[in-house]
Design a protein. Sequence first.
Length: 243
Amino acid sequence: MSTPILNVTDLSKTFGGLKAVDALTFAVEQGETLGLIGPNGSGKTTVLNILTAAFPSDAGRVTFDGNEIAGMPAYRVCRAGIARTFQLVRPLKGMSVADNVLVGRIYGAAAEPIAPARKKVRELLDLVGLGGRAEMPVDALTYIDQKRVELARALAADPKLLLLDEWLAGLNPTELEAGITLVRSLKGRGLAIILVEHVMHAVRSLCDRCIVLTAGRCIAEGSPEAVLTNAEVKRAYLGDDGA
Ligand SMILES: Nc1ncnc2c1ncn2[C@@H]1O[C@H](COP(=O)(O)OP(=O)(O)O)[C@@H](O)[C@H]1O
Ligand SMILES: [Mg+2]
């Protein structure tokens, strides 16, 4: 494989006395989709929060595209090429669907005039299936459609690495297949993805490789099939939800 686009080394984060992330080391290759799986509370979202500089780690190093992330403000990390969606959607209420995505463009991508920015927004809304709803207030959308807005807003930053925090959760079977097809199309454009996901069908069909966390530590790494059939992983994770 090529040089990893992301290198995480001995990353740790403690909240109070609780070790949410505990000496975690992993890498993501260019264009790779890495599954980050594990039971609730195992530290997955915390890893994404550190990668996007929402808060600092206590220890460890993160290098992205050759640059150290520590100490960068969040908007710089975004402009360097890491964008995310949130597990609980965070629409900018009172604004239109298009303006929600435009904000992602202005905040996260290189400076450009407003006309091409709006054009890009329209393309992204088409891509995520919201083409006809650009001028609607974002609050009027269903939860699932607000998740589509989140994805378009993340993509508006032209990321090289996209972090999806349970983006496929809560979809009905038809929406899930459409969602998987959409994520696969992003993969096809060479985007690296970290997929935090409980939907095992999605993990199997999208991930090139997976790491499994419990209590902030990596207990298994390998192909989706290898980790999902690993005895320790089954005991720690899969046993309790039958996925
Ligand atoms: N901002 C925070 N403040 C205090 N505790 C937190 C915070 N974020 C996460 N935690 C705790 O860290 C642990 C890992 O949480 P999280 O990363 O959200 O897990 P996951 O995404 O795997 O469900 C949990 O015990 C959670 O309660
Ligand atoms: Mg989470």
